[in-house]
Design a protein around this ligand. Structure first.
Ligand SMILES: [Zn+2]
Length: 278
């Protein structure tokens, strides 16, 4: 136990003492239980900015800054204002993978139109076994999920035999995500050490999230990365964090407020997320 000193407004202290007396607890006990509840909640919260539907509809404007995102999580993924590359948030640092393939630490005031982050804390850890492609990656990760109906953050670390990624480039004004994803940088790496940052979202969330697995890669030296398209690897370290609290922040930009988001654009989203054959 550590003893700490804090400054509290008198009104808050009075209310604290009133509630402590009512529940027959001391001040310390009361404060500790309030903190535990608050932290526990935050550990299992996914904080998402905007919706996948808005992104598909072409709402790529800055919504929040990178520094705001990092206040809500240290692990996650997204994209940048104007679709200027892929975002990978790992261990509290946001990386920007440009369409050219160049990776840099994102500026604190860089804007994001869409992102999902959490405070990563593994509930379960294990080994992936052999992964030959996206299908076996899915199967390997599925073994660590107990439910189809909550969200999960998934982290895979190790040496990848082969990995293919893409990074979007800023499209011409007014096109949607599916069209924008045609002008993207494609990258392939072999025998590369790094981390996959993943979010798994339930099927019912498809109207506002990316259903199923969504992975972004960052190499250990932070020189390479992008949205995952293909993979081969063995015995990666898998860490899974179940997320049962969803915090969705909707944009207030003119473009978002006026966008027609009534369409079901699941096909366009799936197209944008996958490797294109053409
Ligand atoms: Zn992505």
């Amino acid at each position: 136990m550590t003893r700490i000193e804090v400054d509290l407004p008198n009104s808050l202290l009075l209310e604290l003492d009133r509630q402590a007396a009512a529940s027959a607890q001391g001040r310390s006990q009361m404060i500790a239980s309030i903190l535990a509840e608050h932290m526990g909640e935050r550990l299992h919260t996914i904080f998402q900015v905007s919706t996948s539907g808005a992104l598909v509809a072409g709402v790529f404007d800055r919504e929040v800054s990178v520094s705001t995102l990092l206040e809500h999580g240290d692990f996650g993924l997204g994209t940048f204002a104007g679709l200027d590359g892929e975002m990978v948030v790992l261990d509290g640092v946001a990386y920007q993978v440009h369409g050219t393939g160049a990776v840099k630490v994102a500026a604190k005031d860089a804007g994001a139109p869409f992102a999902a982050v959490t405070r990563f804390s593994a509930d379960e850890t294990g080994c992936s076994g052999t992964i030959m492609d996206m299908k076996t990656l899915t199967e390997a990760c599925d073994r660590f999920r107990k439910s189809e109906n909550i969200f999960y953050a998934i982290r895979l670390d190790g040496c990848f035999d082969r990995i293919s990624t893409r990074a979007v480039k800023p499209p011409v004004e007014g096109v949607g995500l599916a069209e924008a994803s045609k002008s993207e940088g494609l990258f392939s790496f072999e025998d590369i050490t790094g981390t996959l940052v993943g979010i798994w979202s339930p099927a019912f969330s498809s109207a506002f999230s990316v259903p199923g697995y969504h992975f972004h890669f960052i190499s250990e030296d932070h020189q390479h990365g992008g949205h995952l398209l293909d993979i081969a690897a063995s015995d990666l370290k898998v860490q899974v964090n179940a997320l049962t609290d969803f915090h969705l922040v909707l944009p207030e930009t003119e473009k978002y407020l006026k966008a027609d988001l009534s369409q079901n654009n699941a096909d366009d989203l799936a197209y944008a997320e996958e490797a294109h054959k053409d």
